[in-house]
Design a binder for this molecule. Structure first.
Ligand SMILES: [Zn+2]
Length: 403
């Protein structure tokens, strides 16, 4: 009995002409039942065979690799005199290598299986599966609704070595839903070019960003009603960078014995005090004696975190930051002095955090972990556009398996 083409392959208007079965694969030759003119619908057409096509269809039981073979015709209509290439209804585009039905099955499975697993299972190329998903993502994220957006976060993310303008991506996210609104190439204002158009209709009130970057003027120019907030996450990140600078400066001056002592202890300084094991805390205490600046810088970082834990409102936070800056300046440590200057400069944006604290950073943290995972998969090197589309999708991905 011939295979039912509609129920197994979602193919209509064709008949199986010949079927060959092998141990793990099958070949089905198809024949169009009737030709008709795509313009006037007339059946009075001449079909001139042009070439044979082979495409992959849905698996049939243990035959995972099913090939559908058919002829493409050029049609000539005797009623309206149109000449037209035959349209194949079960392909999504004339050059498709898979049937629409198989494409749909693969896209349905994709959230549960990696590209490689799917490629292995269907005996298809990695590239084929990727292109299929890419097409779907492109369609999905070509238009993003932004009218409801009130708060965004702008972040520059280092995505690896490469060409100068390929080392960074700038990501704009909706802070409330966590959705990615824009992924721009490089960093700086030029990376936000596409974001402006997308955010035109938004009701933007809050923008959080890194303290070191240059979006300040861009925001005040395009969204004069928006408040700029330097949130907790960004302030501590900058402080960690300063701590690292102190450590490097001190290491440079050390002799070999001292350097050995400090080597590999970088993590101690970057970790939060309460997360350190007891022995590491001991090492840190000893080190404070030996390397005064490093110990001091570490204490100032902890003091900064303390402000975030204890200040009840922006008024108290402001006082605490002023006190912190004064004391930091008095240490004479250049890195702490720079940090104090930055805090004083950006204090309005820093304390605004207390006003808008309800806008959570929690979504940000999880997102950063996922993005690091994505970078590790080296998507960035294989296909930049796909990599960027996967970033748009990240907030919706719940399991790393399907990244
Ligand atoms: Zn016609």
């Amino acid at each position: 009995m011939p295979v039912n083409l509609y129920y197994t392959q979602k193919v209509r208007g064709f008949q199986p002409e010949q079927e060959k079965y092998f141990s793990k694969s099958a070949e089905i030759h198809l024949k169009r039942t009737k030709h008709h003119c795509p313009y006037c619908g007339s059946r009075d057409v001449t079909a001139e065979p042009l070439r044979r096509r082979r495409v992959r269809g849905e698996s049939l039981g243990c035959c995972r690799k099913v090939i559908l073979e058919f002829t493409i015709h050029r049609l000539y209509c005797h009623r309206c005199h149109h000449r037209e290439m035959e349209h194949i209804p079960f392909l999504s585009h004339p050059k498709a290598r898979l049937t629409k039905a198989l494409e749909r099955t693969i896209l349905e499975l994709r959230p549960h299986m990696s590209v490689q697993t799917l490629a292995d299972f269907y005996d298809l190329r990695w590239h084929t599966i990727k292109e299929l998903e890419k097409k779907q993502l492109k369609k999905k994220y070509s238009r993003i609704q932004t009218a409801h957006i009130k708060a965004i976060g702008i972040d520059e993310i280092h995505v690896g070595k490469g060409m100068q303008n390929q080392q960074y991506l700038t990501i704009v996210r909706d802070l409330q839903s966590g959705a990615v609104i824009h992924v721009g190439e490089g960093k700086g204002i030029s990376a936000l070019a596409g974001a402006l158009k997308k955010l035109k209709k938004s009701k933007l009130r809050i923008v959080t960003m890194d303290m070191a970057n240059a979006y300040y003027s861009w925001i005040s120019e395009n969204f004069p009603k928006a408040n700029i907030v330097f949130d907790h996450f960004h302030v501590i990140k900058l402080m960690n960078d300063k701590l690292d600078l102190v450590r490097r400066r001190i290491t440079a001056k050390m002799d070999d014995v001292q350097r050995k002592q400090l080597k590999g202890l970088r993590f101690i300084f970057l970790r939060n005090n309460e997360d350190l094991p007891e022995d590491a805390r001991q090492i840190l205490n000893n080190m404070r004696g030996d390397f005064q600046d490093l110990g001091d810088a570490y204490m100032f970082k902890e003091a900064l975190r303390c402000i975030y834990r204890q200040a009840k409102d922006s008024y108290h936070a402001r006082i605490a930051f002023h006190r912190w800056c004064k004391m930091a300046e008095e240490t004479g440590i250049p890195e702490l002095k720079t940090m104090a200057r930055t805090i004083r400069d950006k204090l309005d944006g820093i304390v605004t955090y207390w006003t808008f604290r309800h806008i959570s950073n929690a979504k940000m943290e999880g997102f950063n972990n996922k993005i690091r995972w994505l970078i590790k998969q080296a998507y960035g090197f294989r296909d930049r556009e796909y990599f960027k589309l996967k970033i748009y999708q990240l907030p919706e991905i719940s399991s790393e398996k399907s990244i």
